[in-house]
Ligand binder design. Structure first.
Ligand SMILES: *Cc1c(COP(=O)(O)O)cnc(C)c1O
Length: 420
């Protein structure tokens, strides 16, 4: 069920009409639904709880999808852990009330200082992505007198059939260690004095709408677990990464969490492995939209432009991956439409949020760019010295500002001119 719906001719977030939010907070604005965030995490927790292989599982929300403190805090309160990819994200999730013992640390380039910070915090596990990273972690752990729990992120070499920029589990990817070399690296890990082999990890890509590649990946990973067990290298947890997709079009189908997880859990029954998941997009993507206003309409030769006050710096996905977001009028006018390229004010031809969209709109109208909760604000920038948007969370009939709009002065506060 969507928590964004048209009622009496106006688009609502839960019980709040979006024009009221535009009035109070201005545009562009990211608008999230608390009920939607809660429901999406709940769906994971219920499926896991209802399966013998899912009990005791850890859902580590991939903070990079949307790292606003309010969202992190909401998930932490529901018992979630976090998948982080930097020391900055570690500080963020701790500031949001995360339990460090539920944090996994992924990423190919962990700096020594980041490793130390995570060791001192006592995180659950480091997901190791290369041999030199393992050596560095062993060394740093030795310096701080600690033992680092690790998983190796193994590339099962399955094709998730998603966009190449978000496909990560292939041989050619910069992520993870090659399947063929994983056994040798596990032997090395088991021999290192400050390393504790805890688990195994894989993450094959993002925005997967077909559960089949997950099953294929799991089969390959389990074959490796069996080899490790035979060698006396015990594995306690199995981290299946994130990657479950969402629908970006209202009429699109999306797999349920159960249809994704149940076949995986079935294969794990009786193995005694703790399951760890790292969903990002699926928990937040459809819980947020980007509210924007039409500045100008610019009819042209064979092309019409709708120039809006949001841009690629606010939501980069269309420019970066040619990603689709539904764009809907907040107060639909009905009547005849015209095809518009919906573009922002940024000086780049790639600055569009949607192309050839049939709309009946006038200057001043509000538009909602849907499914913008994941990799929206998190990937935003200040390009063209554009202050980043305000973020608000709707909870029933209340609206909470969860990040104020930036001011221009803040954008250059850290800069300095040369002495005279
Ligand atoms: C990005 C990422 C995720 C989350 O991916 P989604 O597609 O948003 O679910 C999980 N794990 C790792 C290691 C990632 O890099």
């Amino acid at each position: 069920m969507s928590h964004f719906a048209i009622r009496d001719g106006v688009l609502y977030a839960e019980s709040v009409a979006l024009p009221a939010i535009a009035e109070q907070f201005g545009t562009p604005a990211y608008v999230y639904s608390r009920a939607s965030l809660v429901a999406s995490l709940q769906e994971f927790l219920e499926v896991l709880d209802g399966h013998p292989a899912g009990r005791g599982a850890l859902v580590c929300y991939a903070a990079k999808a949307n790292s606003n403190l309010a969202i992190l805090n909401l998930f932490a309160r529901m018992g979630a852990g976090f998948d982080i990819v930097s020391g900055g994200e570690l500080q963020r999730v701790l500031a949001a009330g995360a339990d460090p013992r539920k944090v996994v640390f992924s990423g190919v380039g962990k700096a020594a200082a980041e490793m130390k910070m995570a060791l001192d915090a006592g995180i659950f596990c480091f997901n190791i992505e290369s041999a030199p990273e393992l050596e560095r972690l062993n060394e740093i752990a030795g310096h701080c007198g600690r033992t680092a729990r690790v998983s190796l992120r193994v590339n099962p070499n399955v094709d998730p059939k998603t966009h190449p920029y978000i496909s990560t589990g292939l041989k050619e990817a910069k992520f993870g260690v090659a399947y063929e070399g994983a056994l040798a690296l596990y032997r090395r890990a088991a021999a290192l004095p400050n390393i504790d082999v805890a688990g195994i990890d894989c993450h094959i890509g993002s925005q997967l709408l077909d559960p089949a590649p997950f099953v294929e990946a799991l089969e390959r990973i389990l074959a490796l677990v069996d080899q490790l067990t035979a060698e006396g290298i015990g594995i306690n947890h199995l981290d299946l990464g994130g990657g479950l997709g969402i629908k970006y079009k209202a009429d699109q189908a999306e797999p349920t969490v159960a249809s994704y997880l149940t076949p995986l859990l079935d294969k794990l029954t009786g193995r005694g492995l703790q399951v760890v998941l790292e969903p990002g997009r699926r928990l937040v993507g459809n819980a947020g939209l980007l509210l924007t206003r039409v500045e100008f309409l610019k009819p042209g030769e064979g092309k019409n432009f709708a120039i809006i006050d949001a841009a690629m710096n606010d939501l980069m996905r269309p420019a970066l991956y040619e990603a689709w977001h539904d764009i809907v009028p907040v107060v639909p006018r009905g009547g005849a439409t015209r095809d518009y390229d919906v573009v922002g004010p940024v000086c780049e031809s790639g600055d569009f949020l949607g192309l050839a969209r049939p709309l009946n709109i006038e200057p001043g109208d509000l538009l909602a760019v849907m499914s913008a909760g994941a990799y929206g604000m998190a990937m935003s920038s200040n390009y063209n010295t554009r202050p980043r948007a305000v973020e608000v969370m709707v909870d029933g009939d209340r609206v909470h500002q969860i990040r104020r709009r930036e001011t221009v002065a803040e954008l250059y506060a850290g800069e300095q001119v040369l002495p005279a």
